[in-house]
Design a protein around this ligand. Structure first.
Ligand code: UDP
Length: 350
């Protein structure tokens, strides 16, 4: 370690928490100084997670207005007034959220080296995922060190001209998060687990929910469990179209451990979430990804991609359900140890 100043973690959502906590634990283990800024992008979901693990942010922004531009300027200006940029040796962000973008821009303006976890994911479609594709491309332009979950992301960055000595393929730290917790001991259920939250899927919600309702009514031997993301449009629309179906249960967002237990137990998953897609890849769980395009691979024997607009959700669901899948675990994101590798590099490079 060349620097004695603390690292700053910037995060504001539950998936950032799940992927950054194992790195925080590794810092604690090695007694490397760090501080943590909670941007409050999704305050409650992240609060619950951090509190559960006894991690208390050093800095906590006030809530932001919902609209993107207003939220971004509120996040950046609050960060600027709250932090003393000279305190930090480097700044760590994860993924493609508004919090990650603002963290990276704060680092850029103050010339603090930025470290990007889960770097290099791309669709190369600027409207899909919106606004995340441009957020993560911007973060890559700013970052000094890029930690990629698989060789596919490392190749993207190399093709964009990022120097090879700054790209590290380490696997995805979500695997470390789950491996650090007691392994779920659950009997398989005849259950389909559903999550949907993407902004670019909102125009197709009615169509997606129609297909889900049809599947649930047709497949009465299966239970459909749908924990709802707190986005009010999703909650209202789901309640309108999906209540009163006896084998379909709507709940609030589940705490991560409970969600992961349900994921383990389920026969199939239908989702537009990147994190859930990754967890299915890690577990070799059948997953139907409801998106026009994905930055993550969907050509595993147990996964497929369905365009929410083309009316083929039901057909793709049945095709995937029929598939025989290998039992062997899938090593695409490694089998753990990403956080240790990341911190080893940071201790050497910063
Ligand atoms: N998750 C959770 N409770 C839920 C739904 C998801 O804890 O009710 C977890 C899930 O296991 C995964 C992460 O949240 O680790 C994914 O977050 P989300 O779908 O919000 O975002 P994305 O990964 O698409 O950015």
């Amino acid at each position: 370690m060349k620097a004695n100043k603390p690292f700053l973690f910037v995060l504001g959502t539950r998936p950032e928490g799940i992927k950054l906590l194992p790195i925080v634990w590794e810092f604690q283990k090695r007694k490397i100084p760090f501080e943590l800024l909670h941007t409050r992008q999704h305050a409650e979901l992240l609060d619950t997670l951090l509190e559960k693990h006894g991690i208390f942010p050093n800095y906590r922004l006030a809530p932001h207005p919902p609209a993107l531009i207003a939220a971004k300027s509120s996040m950046l200006s609050q960060t600027e007034s709250m932090l003393d940029a000279d305190r930090f040796s480097a700044l760590i962000v994860q993924g493609d959220t508004l919090s990650a973008l603002c963290g990276a821009e704060y680092g850029f303006f103050h010339q603090i080296p930025v470290v990007h976890i889960e770097a290099g994911m791309r669709t190369y479609h600027k409207d899909n995922p919106y606004p995340e594709e441009i957020f993560r491309q911007t973060i890559s332009r700013i970052s000094r060190l890029h930690f990629c979950p698989s060789e596919d992301e490392a190749k993207n960055l190399a093709a964009e001209g990022v120097s090879a000595e700054h790209i590290f393929t380490v696997g995805n730290p979500f695997a470390d998060y789950w491996q650090a917790l007691p392994q779920p001991d659950v009997a398989p259920k005849k259950q389909v687990l559903i999550t949907l939250h993407r902004r670019e899927n909102l125009p197709f919600l009615e169509k997606i929910f129609e297909a889900i309702a049809e599947l649930a009514r047709e497949l009465c031997e299966l239970e459909f469990l749908f924990p709802l993301h707190p986005n009010p449009t999703i909650v209202t629309q789901a309640k309108e179209q999906l209540t009163g179906i006896s084998n379909l249960r709507l709940t609030g967002a589940l705490p991560p451990e409970e969600f992961y237990r349900e994921l383990h137990a389920s026969e199939m998953v239908l989702t537009d979430s990147g994190g859930v897609q990754e967890e299915c890849i890690f577990l070799g769980k059948k997953v139907l990804v409801v998106r026009k395009i994905s930055e993550r691979r969907t050509d595993f024997p147990f996964s497929s991609l369905v365009d929410p607009e083309n009316g083929k959700l039901r057909e793709e669901f049945f095709a995937l359900r029929k598939k025989q899948i290998p039992d062997a675990p899938c090593d695409y994101y490694g089998r753990g140890g990403a956080s240790e590798k990341i911190v080893e590099v940071l201790a050497r490079e910063i």
